[in-house]
Write a protein that binds this ligand. Structure first.
Ligand code: FDA
Length: 300
């Protein structure tokens, strides 16, 4: 299956490393907002001008050396300073594996703490993206640990996991992004059928809208978005309690439409040299995204 092929490619360490040297290729530039911070800030300004907030991901994964994780932390601290200096409407998304989760839990916790602490000085939010199953519980543990000191940190619930319902109840008082889930997970742990994932996704969103703190509904699925619009109207859920999120470069017209309708909207803005794994996961989700590659190849 194409999905398995692209997930496999996304996890290929050699290709991830090689891609860093060659800049954005294969059409990745349509969905990655540049390789450096200046380009990312420019993209954020353009989105802000349309009333769209941003969550910024300084791309990185496959970090197995402490020096690399420390470098990733320093880069994210620079992003925080740039957001503050440019006074743009943006916050941070980060991946625990980028900050050393696969090396040592305590080391990663301290790296994330430093980032959350810096962001808290400027009063903006840090989201810990959720990765695959082996990083799930340690990421929740980091969240719980940091929330003893800070209230500007939250995470993601992936609807394909059977445990998602329990997790959303446990973490309801955090700002949560709810997604369908982007990794390949085993049948013992996660729904495999799209219809089951979609249905659990709707249940989780509805539950969190009614019971949770703040809900980020992160999807490109117009059926889900239309359902949520109806649900919030029927249940008198104020617009301040939720936002829609989409990835940079996807369904741009729909992003602008939702923002112009007065919904809180936030675009996930990935940038940096480590674009390869992120891009392969987008191809795995939606083989039509191969159009991005085809356009690039034939435009040469
Ligand atoms: P899905 O791919 O299921 O598509 C449903 C339908 O929507 C399609 O059949 C089509 O009709 C329509 N559609 C979708 N994309 C379209 C397009 N580009 N153009 C036109 N129509 C389209 N995952 C994770 O595991 N951890 C995380 O931390 C995050 N974070 C995250 C942040 C944000 C902002 C987003 C949007 C997504 C994530 N994800 C994620 C990824 C997420 O789990 C999921 O893999 C993708 O969003 C794909 O699922 P969708 O819900 O978008 O629709």
């Amino acid at each position: 299956m194409l999905k398995d092929l692209f997930i496999g490619l996304s996890q290929n360490e050699l290709l991830n490393t090689a891609a860093k040297k060659y800049g954005l290729k294969l059409g990745a530039q349509s969905v990655v907002a540049g390789t450096n911070l200046e380009q990312a800030i420019q993209s954020i300004k353009e989105l802000n001008a349309h009333g769209i907030a941003c969550t910024v991901d300084n791309l990185g994964e496959f970090v197995f050396k402490k020096e690399e994780a420390t470098e990733a932390k320093e880069q994210i601290l620079e992003v925080i300073e740039a957001i503050h200096q440019n006074q743009v409407d943006a916050h941070i998304s980060l991946k625990p594996s980028q900050l050393g989760l696969d090396i040592e839990y305590a080391f990663c916790l301290e790296n994330v703490r430093e980032i959350v602490d810096r962001a808290s000085r400027y009063d903006f939010f840090v989201n810990m993206d959720m990765e695959d199953t082996k990083r799930l519980q340690p990421s929740f543990d980091i969240l719980e640990e940091l929330s003893k000191e800070y209230d500007n940190v939250g995470t993601v619930i992936q609807a394909y996991f059977f445990r998602a319902e329990e997790d959303i109840k446990k973490y309801k008082n955090y700002r949560l992004r709810i997604v369908k889930g982007a990794y390949k997970e085993p049948a013992e742990l996660a729904y495999q059928e799209k219809s089951e994932i979609d249905s659990n996704y709707i249940n989780l969103i509805e539950w969190h809208l009614l019971n949770g703190k703040f809900t980020s509904i992160a999807t490109h699925d117009h059926k889900v978005i239309n359902h949520v619009k109806e649900f919030v109207r029927a249940n008198n859920i104020p617009k301040e309690k939720f936002e829609f999120q989409m990835l940079y470069g996807f369904r741009k017209d729909l992003q602008l439409k939702l923002a112009s309708e007065g919904y809180n909207f936030c675009t996930y803005v990935p940038f940096g040299q480590d674009w390869y794994g992120y891009f392969m996961r987008r191809l795995a989700e939606r083989p039509q995204n191969l159009n991005l590659v085809a356009k690039q190849v034939f435009n040469k």
